[in-house]
Design a protein around this ligand. Structure first.
Ligand code: GCU
Length: 138
């Protein structure tokens, strides 16, 4: 089954603003994380069943420096300081993909900046379904 996309601008944002001044985003914009540790975007991701799903976070990082983020699912750290390396320009969007376990029902997936640079600009999160090991291309 196809992955479903969840726009960052529709998610819960703490320490970030929705902007649209860099081309190539989906939806109506992207989240520009504040340049502080602890800023985050949290998506509500429904899953029809418990199981592992492939997740992609589409982002841009126009600096030369990594913007790592902790990934939590329902409050549990599942990826510590996951790397969001340079994409070259703020108009160049790439996906970081990983696999997480979801519960049946609503899951809260949060990406929190771990350095004072804050997170990258984040466009959306895409999530597959349990049993589908094809990574979303975001
Ligand atoms: C620039 C860029 C922003 C980005 C910011 C940052 O200001 O225009 O989109 O979020 O750098 O370094 O985080």
């Amino acid at each position: 089954a196809a992955a479903t996309g969840y726009e960052a601008e529709n998610a819960t944002i703490s320490g970030g603003v929705v902007e649209s001044n860099h081309a190539g985003y989906s939806g109506t914009g992207f989240v520009n994380y504040d340049n502080v540790t602890g800023s985050y975007v949290q998506w509500s991701v429904p899953s029809a069943a418990a199981g592992n799903v492939s997740v992609a976070i589409r982002y841009a990082n126009g600096t030369t420096v990594d913007r790592p983020m902790d990934i939590t699912v329902n409050g549990t750290l599942v990826r510590g300081a996951l790397s969001f390396p340079s994409t070259g320009t703020w108009d160049t969007w790439q996906a970081v993909t990983f696999t997480v376990g979801l519960t049946a029902g609503t899951n809260l997936i949060r990406a929190t900046a771990t350095t004072a640079n804050g997170g990258p600009n984040v466009d959306k999160l895409s999530a597959g379904v349990p049993g589908d090991t094809t990574a979303p291309t975001a």
